[in-house]
Design a protein around this ligand. Structure first.
Ligand code: C2E
Ligand code: CA
Ligand code: CA
Length: 420
């Protein structure tokens, strides 16, 4: 056997592993073919052959059990190894339901082999071990939790048990509320308001993000119409107040998304330039071609596109030219770490400079105090957002914030002194 890196080169007749061995890797056959068998001597039984492009040895490494069969090279073979650590890193990240199904399949596979072996009483059943009780218990609890959450979420979507909260974005040049970001909350019947980070991931893996995302977009556009409808004529935000809605890569991959936007613009009467879609750079890069096409189609209709959490994901800036992006939103982690950390201040300055050069407005999010607000304004960001100005609030509080904002804000002279 010749092993280098993750490749194994074996001669015909070599036993790559034997029944009962500890299994710590699986193999992809790159060249040649192998034979999978159980039993020994006269009782030996060939189960299958694997050739180029096929995998073997995967069963034992999924649940770290012993090998259930012997694999022998039939000709000179080149094999690529997948080690247990490589697989487990992926399994740990995968959806618990998928993980449970994998374990159940393997259990059944082992049961099937066990009954065949016991029948012919060739090999001790000790060789065939299923999942430990502990492993079962962990995945069972995770799966039950995930399924319950999905069922409840589906029910909540049917019943529209959600509400949007609105957080103002302040135009740092004149102090006005330029727009709101819409942030969803689940109004759970027993648990009260649940923040998005506790259910958006489940909505994404289950596919429920599609109806939820549409509900949010529809609700946000209608709220924008109600906000401006309640403002007196001549109010500075009457024509320009925008609403920014978070979307995911799944939304953008849906071929019904653009037709939905068409009907939304028509039903709500919102001006397209007052609707912004926010997507994180990480999500954007999950399926860049489709995302780019959908965003382009939205932009042609007049919508604007903001890159959320800018600076935290994809490190290449080349996509700024490739994607139809209008606005950069600096992630709040940079703003939070600004005090006493010159590197973070430099990152913020660089992003603001980049926005200026590309002629794209820059939003700094997560502004929590007066010092951060003044510094961000001085660096030249276009908009500021954060608890210092206002926490996200329900529609009626957002409407009253909008009506009374100018006077409130003008009492903060530290922000109104333009320093360059
Ligand atoms: P995000 O888009 O980065 O939204 C900003 C989050 O930062 C919001 O949390 C907001 O409440 C919080 N925030 C705002 N100002 C401050 C501040 O000064 N300090 C701190 N520490 N936090 C601040 P929220 O509402 O819990 O939303 C969390 C995330 O959930 C959002 O992050 C967004 O990724 C996602 N999300 C929210 N609503 C929706 C939605 O309708 N659709 C989708 N797909 N995702 C959503
Ligand atoms: Ca956002
Ligand atoms: Ca953000």
């Amino acid at each position: 056997m010749n092993e280098r890196l993750n490749q194994l080169i074996v001669e015909p007749g070599t036993e790559i592993f034997t029944e009962g061995d500890f299994g710590d890797c699986a193999y992809i056959v790159e060249r040649g073919s192998v034979e999978v068998s159980i039993g020994r001597g006269a009782d030996r039984m060939v189960l299958s052959r694997r050739q180029a492009g096929e995998v073997f040895g995967e069963v034992a490494i999924i649940d770290s059990g012993p090998r259930t069969a012997t694999v022998t090279a039939l000709e000179p073979c080149e094999l690529l190894m997948i080690n247990a650590e490589q697989l487990h890193r992926r399994l740990d990240d995968c959806d618990p339901i998928l993980r449970m199904c994998l374990h159940v399949l393997i259990d059944r596979f082992r049961d099937m082999i066990r009954s065949r072996l016991v029948e012919s009483s060739r090999i001790s059943t000790d060789l065939v071990v299923g999942l430990s009780k502990e492993q079962h218990q962990t995945s069972y609890e995770q799966v039950v939790g995930a399924l319950r959450l999905e069922h409840e979420l589906a029910e909540a979507i049917r019943e529209e048990d959600f509400e949007l909260h609105y957080q103002p974005m302040i135009d740092l040049a004149n102090g006005c509320i330029a727009g709101f970001e819409a942030l969803v909350r689940w109004r759970h019947r027993e648990r009260g308001l649940i923040p998005p980070m506790l259910f958006i991931p489940a909505a994404e893996t289950s596919g429920l993000i599609a109806p939820l995302g549409r509900w949010c977009l529809r609700e946000a556009c209608h709220a924008q119409r109600r906000f401006v409808g309640a403002l007196p004529d001549g109010h500075p935000s009457k024509d320009s107040l925008f609403i920014s809605v978070n979307v995911t890569s799944r939304d953008l991959a849906d071929d019904q998304f653009v037709p939905f936007i068409d009907s939304l613009l028509e039903d709500s009467g919102i001006a397209p330039h007052n609707l912004k879609l926010e997507i994180t750079e990480t999500l954007l890069m999950q399926d860049p071609e489709i995302a780019c096409e959908t965003l382009n189609r939205c932009r042609v209709k007049g919508l604007s596109i903001a890159i959320d959490d800018f600076g935290t994901g994809y490190s290449s800036l080349s996509y700024l030219h490739r994607f139809p992006i209008d606005t950069l939103k600096i992630d709040r982690s940079f703003v939070a770490a600004m005090a006493g950390d010159e590197t973070n201040r430099e990152i913020i300055r660089t992003i603001i400079g980049l926005g200026r050069q590309l002629n794209k407005p820059v939003v700094a999010e997560g502004i929590e105090d007066r010092g951060q607000a003044a510094a961000i304004r001085e660096m030249g960001a276009t908009y500021g957002q954060g608890y210092y100005f206002s926490k996200p609030c329900d529609e009626s509080n957002a409407a009253s914030l909008l009506r009374h904002w100018d006077t409130d804000f003008l009492h903060r002279p530290d922000l109104m002194v333009r320093t360059g």
